[in-house]
Write a protein that binds this ligand. Structure first.
Ligand SMILES: C[S@@+](CC[C@H](N)C(=O)[O-])C[C@H]1O[C@@H](n2cnc3c(N)ncnc32)[C@H](O)[C@@H]1O
Length: 221
């Protein structure tokens, strides 16, 4: 990692820590649309456990737990995960939720072929370089069992904030303190090599609106 990438990564972690500290539960308690969809995909694949990456304060992790899944919720923000644990207790699902502070630039904390399902909403499009994104998806592939499903979402180059603010190279643009890697379509296709690409679904979220793809890909059996 270059010095610039290290500085950007540290600044973004601090940005998220501060944001969750100042705006507890900022995404609300309702699950995202991709999480509702992912629960159907995971259930159809007989998944019982879900690994979530970039879970934040847990609107989706807690939904998966309420739906009966056992969840390992990870994020590099301990502040977000603390809020997630408090809400898990309040909602009576704490026994099905484990949290772990995890920077996705490091190897995932699971053995090979041990996970049923992996979910990541707006995590792969954080301040990660293209090689870091490839390494992360290789890690997801490593931990998923044959037939396991990976549902992720990313903001893409059709988003209104693409090329707004200051550029960090590699399609990473920082606006309002948040750095986003806007995905070109060919990156989605490259990340699906060696997988079965089930779907690339276009959708929007929030008032801006953010323009995203929801990608579903599975490990061949
Ligand atoms: C856009 S927010 C989405 C949060 C959550 N998925 C949701 O939709 O409610 C992105 C999340 O990714 C986390 N994040 C960003 N970079 C990360 C990294 N390198 N490793 C782990 N988590 C990261 C942030 O702390 C934040 O919680």
């Amino acid at each position: 990692m270059s010095e610039h990438e290290q500085e950007l990564a540290a600044a973004q972690r601090e940005q998220w820590q501060q944001t969750y500290g100042e705006h507890p539960g900022m995404y609300g308690e309702e699950p995202s649309e991709p999480a509702v969809h992912a629960a159907e995909v995971f259930r159809a694949g007989s998944a019982r456990e879900v690994l979530e990456l970039g879970a934040g304060h847990g609107r989706d992790a807690l939904f998966f737990a309420r739906e009966g899944f056992t969840v390992l919720a990870t994020d590099f923000s301990p502040v977000g995960l603390e809020q997630l644990r408090e809400t898990a207790h309040a909602q009576g699902v704490a026994e099905r939720v484990t949290t772990q502070v995890q920077d996705v630039r490091r190897p995932l904390p699971l053995p090979d072929a041990s996970a049923d399902a992996v979910f990541a909403h707006m995590l792969l499009c954080m301040a990660l370089s293209t090689p870091e994104i490839h390494a992360l998806v290789a890690e997801v592939r490593r931990v998923l069992r044959p037939g396991g499903a990976f549902v992720y979402t990313v903001r893409h180059t059709g988003d209104a904030h693409y090329r707004a603010g200051s550029g960090h190279g590699d399609d990473i643009w920082e606006h309002g303190g948040f750095a986003v890697h806007f995905f070109p379509r060919d990156l989605v296709d490259h990340l699906a090599e060696g997988w079965i690409l089930q779907e690339v679904h276009t959708f929007e979220e929030g008032g801006l609106p953010r323009r995203l793809w929801r990608v579903t890909q599975t490990v061949p059996r």
